[in-house]
Design a protein around this ligand. Sequence first.
Ligand SMILES: *Cc1c(COP(=O)(O)O)cnc(C)c1O
Length: 412
Amino acid sequence: MPVQFDGHFSLGDSGMASQDHVFDTYARMDINFVRGEGIRLFDTEDRDFIDCASGIAVTSLGYAHPHLVETLKNNADSIWHLSNLYTIESQERLASRLCENTFADRVFFTNSGAEAVECGIKTARRYHYANGNAERVNILTFEGAFHGRTLATIAAGGQEKYLEGFGPKAPGFISLPFADEKALKEAVDDETAAILLEPVQGEGGIREFPATFLRFVRELCDKEDILLIYDEVQTGVGRSGKFFAHQIHKVEPDLMAIAKGLGGGFPVGACLAREEVAAAMVVGTHGSTFGGNPLAMEMGNAVLDVVLENGFLEHVNKIALSLKQGLAEIVDTYSDLVEEIRGTGLLLGLKAKVPNTDLVVAFRKHGLLSVGAGDNVIRFAPPLVTTEEDVREIIARVRTAFDDVLGQGASS
Ligand SMILES: *Cc1c(COP(=O)(O)O)cnc(C)c1O
């Protein structure tokens, strides 16, 4: 029986949804969600799925969070958009809250993570240019990185699979072995502008840079007048159990890109900077039509109302510990399928021994959404509002899915 849902998709003969008029750049699953509530999504047959993918670490407060819904409704008849040629009070409010709770003094607002990283790259180069060091343009990055899909950010990520077929790789990006102090030290020269890294690599397979390495990077940057840029697009806004992941090890950057969780599902990104660094970005050097528009800023502020509330991050840490313990037991029990648990806060990864995609499919079959990552890892990034009861249900679904996988293995 064909299923109706708002006419947004055309249904092929198989009854499968297809998107024939959309670029075919995604391997889309045959699944249509029509409703979301808390950490659960419901499909056309009202089956529930616990969402441990969160739209890839975006819907941090789950679906239809009352405060976000109220904020959106309250702003429906206000000014949605204003050009950055005018004063935008909600922008100053969000910027000041981000600064009060981080190393930063200034913020540039964007619509996405890639644009936030791009702003960080431009700001770093411009800082050196403004200080009479125009030759300092190179950005050092690390293997396994992911920084977005624009021409500059695919060059920064350095991964051949994202660069192939898109013409010359933007110059000025040098990819180094992961967390290798010696290689990093040797790569620094008088053309180095900045070091760019994700404190925990997300797409790269939930790989954390050790605290000792981050301290080494910070000292190197201070000594050589190099800027440190963090990409906390995925790890930021509470996901790590701290407001930002780097606050766990207390090693601060000079610039930081954020996005994903910041708008709770509304597209908002930002580049944060120290005053001295942001000072190079004078009138006319950068811009964005949509970045920082009033509606986006209201949604960002609403997310911060919740995430910065007393006790919220404590909740995240408590839940993260329970989930990590549950998954650690899974690793013990199902040692034929998975070998290791990684990550921090509610950004966890299970390293698989069989193709991770097989396990992601098995989870989905049993009502659990997860997402693959590099290094054959399965990512768990549930909404930060997940409860202890939800964790028990997540673990139960993982077990059922793994039993199913093993059962199939035995019978074949
Ligand atoms: C998702 C992501 C990006 C890109 O964000 P977009 O909003 O897709 O442009 C950049 N860096 C990291 C670490 C990410 O996880």
